[in-house]
Design a binder for this molecule. Structure first.
Ligand SMILES: NC(=O)c1ccc[n+]([C@@H]2O[C@H](COP(=O)([O-])OP(=O)(O)OC[C@H]3O[C@@H](n4cnc5c(N)ncnc54)[C@H](OP(=O)(O)O)[C@@H]3O)[C@@H](O)[C@H]2O)c1
Length: 238
């Protein structure tokens, strides 16, 4: 498979190594200094593009992939406000777009555990719930995209929480999401339910970026030849 890599930072390089080891060909590598390479012609040589850049640039990069009619796997987080527009455009023009706040298999299983635990806790008001996420200091968005997915899942079920804040909320109906930035930290997420009697906590700790990168390559292999809007849930059939 021919892959265009848009974004050649920590994730772009990790994806390059895994995709190459699997026998895929990287036909284009674009970073902040080579954005002029994002042409219809050069992008069009790829079977699929993988985009891991910044919250400010992801939207425009995905549009360029659509213009070149190249399926795009996007892992950039922190641009949720523009996602509905991209998804609508993708559906309307029959492009292929797969976005995930986290590509690791472990986190996607963790998402399912989070939903199950939230359903059990929905009728147990004696438990308060809070979240914590830890990432490296260069991370641009807070809370992390993964934390937002976990929070959305939780708020959909545990209705005694009506929203979230990215600090200690001090209010029983507002979910606290604490973001810590420590080096090195590829990503830790915890959801903790606390009562006067006991605590229940679920935690996912990434040991490296390899799981995200391998998941993104698997997603790209899966997306080739498809049209529509997808997530890792579709790839992993969860
Ligand atoms: N979904 C997941 O599983 C997952 C996992 C890890 C990270 N992420 C997300 O993926 C994104 C990238 O993470 P990272 O750790 O790889 O960050 P990073 O190391 O900072 O890399 C970002 C790369 O994008 C480049 N870039 C910036 N603007 C660009 C543009 N307009 N066109 C092309 N490239 C551009 C940067 O170039 P310069 O270095 O020259 O500035 C850099 O190489 C973040 O949003 C992060 O939260 C998602």
């Amino acid at each position: 498979m021919k892959i265009a890599l848009i974004g050649y930072g920590k994730m772009g390089k990790a994806i390059d190594a895994i995709a190459t080891a699997k026998g895929h060909e990287i036909v284009l590598r674009v970073d902040v200094n080579s954005q002029h390479l994002l042409t219809r012609e050069l992008l069009g040589q790829a079977d699929v593009a993988i985009e891991f850049t910044t919250p400010e640039t992801a939207y425009h990069n995905v549009l360029k992939c659509f213009e070149a009619n190249v399926p795009v796997v996007c892992g950039t987080t922190g641009w949720l406000d523009k996602l509905p527009e991209i998804k609508a455009l993708c559906e309307e023009k029959h492009h292929a777009f797969l976005h995930a706040t986290n590509f690791s298999i472990g986190v996607n299983i963790f998402f399912e555990v989070n939903k199950k635990l939230a359903a059990l806790m929905a009728t147990q008001p004696q438990y308060d719930v809070s979240m914590e996420e830890i990432h490296h200091t260069q991370k641009k968005d807070a809370p992390s995209g993964t934390a937002l997915t976990l929070a959305e899942q939780l708020l959909a079920t545990v209705t005694r929480k009506t929203g979230w804040v990215n600090e200690e909320s001090g209010q029983p109906d507002v979910l606290s999401i604490i973001s810590k930035r420590i080096d090195p930290a590829p990503g830790t997420h915890s959801v903790t339910y606390t009562s006067g009697i006991d605590d229940i906590s679920i935690t996912h700790t990434a040991h490296s970026r390899e799981g995200f990168a391998a998941g993104a390559v698997t997603a790209a292999e899966w997306l080739k030849g498809k049209a529509g809007v997808f997530t890792m849930k579709d790839v992993l059939n969860l």
